[in-house]
Every structure is written in C-alpha cells, then in structure tokens.
Write a protein that binds this ligand. Structure first.
Ligand code: F6P
Length: 539
C-alpha cells in the first residue's frame, strides 16, 4: 500500500471515530483546541474549532496533506511549472498581484515585466476615464460602464464591484452576462450611449454569450453614435488580440492577459478593468496587495498553521471522511452576497472532475456542491433544513468584525445572528431542555411527546467562521486568495488537475448543433425527448 493510500485510510478511520462524537465535547478534552484551530492572517480571523475533527482527525488530515505532496505541488505552482498538464500551461495568478520586482517565471520565462506593463496601462486608462481626459464620441465624459463577459470574465468583477463599490459611484458599473436579450434590455434601458463605455471581457473572445452581447452593445452604440463614434466607446480585455481588433476595438484600448491565468482566477488581471475604472486604481491596488499578503502566507506557513490548507482539509474531512456532499457558504455581509456564486465557479469548475491528469479515475469523491447567499436572509429560507434536515451540510460563515456602513446598531444585530447560528449549529438544543420549557408552560404530557422531538435540535453541525477585521480592498483580496489556494490544495489531495474545464465543452458543442435546427434547418439526430422539444419550439 502506498503512503498516500495509508494516509487516506487513516483519515477515513479518524473521521469515522470523530463523527461518532459531539464537536462541542472536543473542547472539554482538548484544552489547546481554540489555540490550535484559530489563526489570524492578512486581516482575517479564522476559527476552525467548530469543525468536525478532533485532535486525531486533524492530525490524520495533516498527514494526508503531507502524503499527497501539498508542499511540493505548491512549489511547482509558484515555480511556474506547467501544472495544468492537459493544456500544457503554468498557473500563475499569483503573479498578477505580485510586486513588479518579484522573480516569477512561467515555464522558465519571466512574466513580471509584462504584468507590470499591463498594470501601468490599466492604471493610466482608469485615471484618464475618471478624470474625463478620455471622453465619448460626442465629447461627454463617461458616466457608466457596461461590462460584458461571463463565467470568470464576469463573476469575479461583479463580486469585486459589490464588495468595494463607493456608495455613490461617479461612474456607474453594470454587468451583462447571459445570452438572454432580457438581461441586455433591462441593464441598458436607462443608460445613455453617449456616456457609456462598453468593456468586452473574454479570454478567448469567442464565447457565444459574450460575443452576442458585444454585438448587441455595438449595435446599440452605432444606432446613437454611428460606426466611428461607437468605436470610441469600446474597450476589450482578452488574450486573443487579433479577434479584438477585428471587432473594432482600437489596439490601445485592448488589455491583454496570459494563458497562464485561468478564467476563474483572472479577476486580478485586466478582467477587472471596469472595476479599476469605476472604483479607482487605489482600490484595485489594495485588492491586489491583500491577495499578495495571503500568497506570502500560503507559500511559507507550515501546513498546520496555513489558512488555505486548513480550510481545504476541513472540507476534505467532511467530504471524504464523513461523506458530506455539499457545503454552504454564508457571508453575513450584503456586499459579499455574491460570494457563493463566485465560489461555485472557482471550486466546482476547478475540482468537479472524476479522473486525474493520467486519465485514471479519481480514487475519492471530489468537489462538493457549494451554495449560499447572504445572512441573515438565508436564515429565513433554507436554514430550517440546515438545522433539522436529515443531512448534515458543513458551513462557512463569514462576517465583518467592524463596519461603519448604515444606521447605528444594525451591524451588532448582524453579528449576533452570525455568532448565534454558528453556536446553534454546533450545540443544538437537547430534548430535556425542550421538555422542561414545555412543562413549565403547562403543556400536557401527550402534547410534549409529539412536540418535543419537533423542537429539538441535534446540533453537531460543523462550521468554519471567517471574520474580516473590516471589509477593505486588502481583506477582500486576502479572502479571495484564501479560497483560490484552498481550491488548489483540495485538487492536489484529490489528485486532479484543478485548472482545466473540459466539462463545459459538450453542452457548448451541442448548443451549436441545435441553434441552426431551431432557426430554420432540418432537425438532426437527437434522443426522442430532445427531438420532440425542438419540433415543438419550431412550431
Ligand atoms: O465556462 C467555461 C469558461 O471557459 C470559463 O472557464 C470562463 O471563465 C468562461 O467560460 C468565459 O470564457 P471567456 O473569458 O473566454 O469568454
């Protein structure tokens, strides 16, 4: 048996044993538990002490990380090796937030000069649009940006904008992603083309949704400003520079990035140009700096004190050790409400794989479903199921230690809910307590027999709590980098390539076949259900 197989078995055995005990009791038997399982990194406080592992469980998880070669894999990624083997690419989103003088190479080729050159151009462009030095075709300054992109070219910038946008932005920022005319219509209805800059973001510049929206935006501009006027309102972000110029974007308005940046890891690049313009360069730079701080921690901290590693191991412990196949991420912060959508792509597109880079089946279950929305709203939606449903779903609860936004007193209420939920998930409420309460109220014994079980909370639901000191560009950058590295560590332990996404191809190809059939052509060969639906829609 290999060391890795043995480590997996130890993890599974330890998890089974821990799963039979109550998390809250680990605090009695492990005096060091809080100290061991809390850490402060880059303005974030992490508390993993309410997780399902006990001391032997944590030890087994750390052994697994060592046996899976997490440290060596980390060195390969940071060293710019082609760890995305199916595409022969390095994985260097860390370079996008590194200082200009960092020594970073992609497969031996230094990258920082190019990274810095694009950053300088982005900064100059952002400042020129904000100051009004760059204007629209009719001489008016830009008051709005229409950001067009999907997936990694949308979710990151959208989250970033919500997280850090000024309360009253000088330049409004709107996003269009879906190939659904309704979204385009609703988003542009109150925009004035004379004052709108359209930024088309697509790594490949071929994505159907983005190119359809880009064509719609161009037509919308042309109708108001004519062909030449429209071009003055376009900018693009892409690795496909030939295609952007064919679309009519002037070369000086095209911002590149590199094949060593995956779409879902690209929000540190020019993909967030719209945000850098609308929120200002300093905000964007702060975001990069916060991530760089998390990168330095991830690169150097020992595994047992490494925040991304511990968050990943908690997930592995739950997923593989305790067979928990979903995880919910709940930010108690309106500004972070889109975090789960972002993580769905980051984690599920990265690690939703069934085979390793050698083409052989993965030996253990990989990515779980991740879902969530903002607290407290979700308490009034799906938390019933989280507290009393038949399945246990581990949680990540995220909050801001301090916030000055909004009316006095509200933030404390938000925080009290966050802490209460984490406690309730772990501690629950025993039947005796419920019985005592009902008895004191004079409820009959017969009624208590049916009511008490319904009002009992089993507890023992694991959660990780992440507290940002405040929501600043820096802490937000650190939070996103934490999740990126967590995703990477999980991929290493599961033995999969986290950086390709072949699973999105099949649907794209089939949609390409169905579109002409829907438009006019003869219906080709499909399964009976799909054929019947196509025929129905053609009528
Ligand atoms: O969903 C597949 C995918 O390739 C993502 O990885 C990517 O973020 C998204 O499509 C958008 O791709 P592009 O930036 O090339 O338009």
């Amino acid at each position: 048996m290999s060391d890795l197989d043995a480590a997996w078995i130890r993890l599974e055995t330890a998890a089974k044993a821990a799963g039979e005990k109550r998390i809250v009791e680990f605090f009695d038997t492990e005096p060091q538990r809080l100290e061991t399982l809390t850490l402060d990194v880059a303005g974030l406080h992490l508390d993993l002490s309410k997780q399902a592992w006990d001391e032997p469980g944590l030890e087994a998880a750390l052994d697994l990380a060592h046996a899976a070669g997490v440290e060596a894999a980390r060195a390969r990624m940071l060293g710019g090796e082609a760890i995305n083997s199916s595409e022969g690419r390095a994985v260097l989103h860390v370079a996008l937030r590194a200082k200009a003088d960092a020594d970073i190479k992609a497969q031996g080729v230094p990258v920082m000069a190019e990274v810095e050159a694009v950053r300088e151009r982005m900064k100059a462009f952002a400042e020129a649009v904000r100051s009004g030095a760059i204007k629209g075709a009719t001489g008016k300054p830009f008051k709005a940006i229409l950001h067009i992109g999907i997936g990694g070219s949308d979710l990151g910038p959208r989250l970033l904008w919500d997280a850090l946008r000024p309360v009253k932005p000088e330049i409004d920022l709107r996003f269009v992603a879906n190939v659904d005319g309704a979204e385009f219509l609703l988003t542009t209805a109150d925009l004035d083309p004379e004052e709108t800059l359209v930024v088309v973001v697509s790594k490949t510049f071929t994505t159907q949704e983005t190119m359809s929206n880009a064509a719609a935006a161009r037509a919308w501009l042309v109708a108001a400003l004519g062909e030449e006027g429209a071009n003055a309102h376009l900018a693009a972000v892409s690795t496909a520079l030939d295609k952007t110029s064919a679309f009519g974007v002037a070369d000086e308005r095209v911002f590149g990035f590199w094949d060593w940046v995956g779409g879902r890891y690209s929000l540190w690049s020019a993909v967030s140009l719209s945000v850098a313009v609308a929120a200002g360069w300093d905000v964007f730079q702060g975001f990069l700096d916060g991530a760089a701080e998390m990168d330095a921690h991830f690169a150097t901290a020992p595994l047992e004190k490494n925040a991304p590693v511990l968050v990943a191991l908690a997930q592995i412990f739950n997923r593989n050790g305790l067979d928990r196949r979903a995880r919910s991420v709940v930010p108690y912060s309106h500004r972070l409400r889109r975090l789960a959508s972002f993580l769905q792509q980051l984690e599920m597109e990265s690690n939703g794989k069934s085979v390793g880079p050698d083409g052989k089946p993965a030996q253990r279950g990989t990515a779980t479903v991740v879902f969530g929305d903002e607290g407290t709203n979700v308490q009034h939606a799906y938390f019933q199921c989280m507290h009393q449903g038949t399945d246990i779903t581990p949680m990540e609860l995220i909050g801001l230690a301090r916030s000055d936004e909004g009316p006095a007193g509200m933030h404390e209420k938000l925080l009290s809910n966050l802490l209460a939920q984490a406690e309730a998930f772990m501690v629950g409420r025993g039947t005796e307590d419920v019985v005592a309460e009902l008895t004191a109220k004079g409820v009959s014994e017969a009624e208590i027999a049916t009511l008490a079980p319904q009002r009992t909370f089993a507890g023992n639901r694991p959660s990780t709590l992440v507290l940002l000191d405040r929501l600043t560009p820096q802490t937000f950058g650190a939070l996103i980098a934490l999740y990126e590295h967590k995703t990477f560590v999980e991929g290493v332990i599961w033995g999969i390539n986290s950086f390709d996404q072949w699973g999105v191809e099949l649907g794209k190809v089939m949609a390409g076949r169905i579109l002409p059939e829907l438009e006019a052509g003869a219906v080709g060969e499909h399964d009976p259900s799909t054929s019947a639906l196509i025929e129905r829609l053609k009528k």
